[in-house]
Write a protein that binds this ligand. Structure first.
Ligand code: ADE
Length: 250
């Protein structure tokens, strides 16, 4: 996958996109990551990327011309244009299913907003607009890193253990079951006996039940969309009263 980022702060990406799994994905040739400085497409002495809003009001608005020129130039770097994603608090809210959707693209261009946002006309250049949550950051750079991380780790070969991306929070629609490692007793807290039993069927059943319990306790909203069988739907109903889940068909 090729990820291009258009930003006025390319330096922000250096360490986060070189360390750990992102660095490994790049070393393994699974991710080509490039930043582009929006100021390279300005034509004035001060390399201006923002201006006052028409109609008045506080803050500055990102000028559309450098964005338009930059995005066109970045598309031209490869045979196929990039899937262009604007990071903005008014985008659709990012989640695991959007990460999966984005991981199917060969090329993505993230466009990071700053100031009070983009000139409304520049949105015509976006294929998609994403928010990473209902809060306002000072710019889209951190959001672009969050989305890149969540997408790139889904690419085959990036995580060492191929099951890791499947058997975790959200991919089943549930929070992840509790995990333990050695020692068997720590601070008087014992690892559940079932996990030391070697009985894989019991372990699977225990983990599933724990994932359900945790989801019911912390994120009951997820249960409406989760993939539950009829026994689990009944269990949730009894535990909770009235969760509106449908049994999966199989
Ligand atoms: N830019 C500023 N806030 C943002 C958010 N919550 N998500 C994506 N981009 C942003």
């Amino acid at each position: 996958m090729i990820v291009d980022v258009l930003t006025i702060f390319p330096g922000m990406f250096e360490e986060p996109m070189s360390a750990s799994m992102m660095g490994l994905a790049r070393e393994r040739g699974l991710l080509e990551f490039r930043t582009h400085d929006l100021r390279d497409w300005t034509h004035d002495r001060h390399k201006t990327t923002d201006d006052d809003p028409y109609g008045g009001g506080p803050g500055m608005v990102m000028k559309p011309e450098p964005l338009g020129e930059a995005i066109a130039a970045i598309h031209e770097l490869e045979d196929e244009p990039a899937h262009t994603v604007f990071l903005t608090p008014s985008g659709r809210r990012f989640d695991q299913s959007i990460a999966e959707e984005l991981s199917s693209h060969e090329r993505i261009l993230f466009v990071c907003g700053r100031y009070e946002g983009f000139d409304a006309r520049s949105h015509t250049l976006a294929d998609d607009e994403i928010s990473i949550g209902d809060y306002v950051l000072t710019g889209g750079e951190l959001a672009a890193m969050v989305v890149t991380d969540a997408v790139v780790r889904l690419l085959p070969g990036v995580l060492g253990h191929e099951d890791s991306a499947v058997d975790e929070s959200f991919s089943s629609g549930l929070l992840e079951y509790p995990q333990y490692t050695r020692p068997a007793v720590w601070n008087d807290l014992e690892v559940p006996e079932v996990l030391r039993s070697g009985d894989h069927a019991r372990i699977q059943a225990w983990r599933r039940r724990k994932a359900l319990e945790l989801t019911l306790e912390r994120r009951p909203d997820l249960l409406n969309e989760a993939d539950l069988d009829s026994v689990e739907v009944e269990w949730v109903r009894q535990a909770n009263g009235n969760v509106d889940s449908q049994p999966k068909e199989d």
